[in-house]
Ligand binder design. Sequence first.
Ligand code: FES
Length: 170
Amino acid sequence: MSEKKQQVSRRQFLNYTLTGVGGFMAAGMLVPMLRMAVDPVLQPSAAGELVNVKIAVDDLTNEPQRVDWKIDQVDAWYESKVDKAAWVYKDDNGDVVALSPICKHLGCFVSWEGSEEFPDQFYCPCHGGRYTKDGVNVPHTPPNAPLDVYETKIKDGMLFLGEAKPQGEA
Ligand code: FES
């Protein structure tokens, strides 16, 4: 009687075999689909790469000038072009300084000498925020932190800019 119990019937054998083969085939189809769905999220971001902003370092002066460029941004499955901008100049030592134009108060765009009232300063038109040439916020104006500073690199005489980071971290 116990011998009879341990025997596998033809029906059971077919069930086991078909379940096993079916499961194997389903896994073979699902794994590539899952990988395709999740892969973009796992890819390292392009953020942090330095980009040639198409300006020769020799053309920079001690007067901040606006530089605009675009970067390709991949956000998981969504690819887009993002506009970037910086205020770039050479400091007294001849070193390149690249400041973010994004106001640290509420994110408006600051301009060099944007107000006739405050020459030699960055000015934010939204709430009258001001920064000195090195990007430090003027006390008693709305911004409570200096402008972010871009990571810079010079290659073959051309300026490359990376990520903008808070001053002190860059
Ligand atoms: S956003 Fe620049 S001062 Fe408010």
